[in-house]
Design a protein around this ligand. Structure first.
Ligand SMILES: [Fe+2]
Length: 197
């Protein structure tokens, strides 16, 4: 947040707290933070350290909305657009059962649409017998095979459905369907675009 936005947030926070008849100690207790920290926020100090989760909790405890408390927190767009450049991409290792299994390249995400999680996934293991199922997850998933050949398993790990997907294949996956990807046997690593939404 800019300094101006921090000051605006600070005064809205103080105003709203007084409106709902809480003193600093009472609000700090409900938030589970030290009073000194809350006092700082009300002075516009360290406001940038607040996580989105903390801001949401604050809005909830005060019976108001995030947009009211911090209108520009939600707006991470530039005239409706958010760009992520390759050098700003975070890369996470997906280790399954002690094996380097996936590498996740995290693509652009916006607070406007928290459920949208696009990833490029390197699928490192090329033996379907080594498939490691997840437990399924919330949200819909769209997959596109960018390179290589994918062996997909889904459903009950004991009796899975299976499919071999060449480059250029795409698929949709319902929430909470268990699934596992490897590259096709002996084909070397493969790469997916996965968009959770
Ligand atoms: Fe998934």
């Amino acid at each position: 947040m800019s300094v101006m936005a921090e000051q605006a947030f600070a005064s809205k926070l103080r105003e709203r707290r007084e409106q709902v008849k809480l003193d600093q100690a009472g609000l700090a207790e409900r938030l589970g933070v030290p009073v000194a920290e809350l006092a700082d926020w009300e002075q516009g100090r360290h406001v940038g350290d607040l996580s989105l989760a903390q801001l949401m909790k604050l809005a909830e405890v005060l019976g108001t909305s995030l947009e009211h408390l911090a209108p520009d927190v939600e707006d991470d767009l530039d005239a409706g657009v958010l760009i992520q450049r390759p050098e700003d991409r975070s890369v996470l290792k997906g280790v399954r059962g002690g094996v380097d299994y996936y590498v996740y390249h995290c693509l652009v995400r916006t607070r406007q649409v928290p459920s949208l999680v696009p990833l490029v996934v390197d699928v490192l293991v090329d033996d379907p017998a080594e498939a490691k199922f997840n437990d399924g997850h919330a949200g819909n998933e769209f997959i596109y095979v960018l390179s290589g050949e994918i062996h997909m398993k889904w459903g009950d790990p004991a009796r899975p459905h299976e499919a071999v997907l060449p480059t250029g294949s795409s698929l949709y996956l319902q929430p909470y369907v268990r699934h596992a990807f490897t590259a096709a046997r002996g084909s070397g690593p493969a790469r997916l675009l996965a968009v959770n939404f």
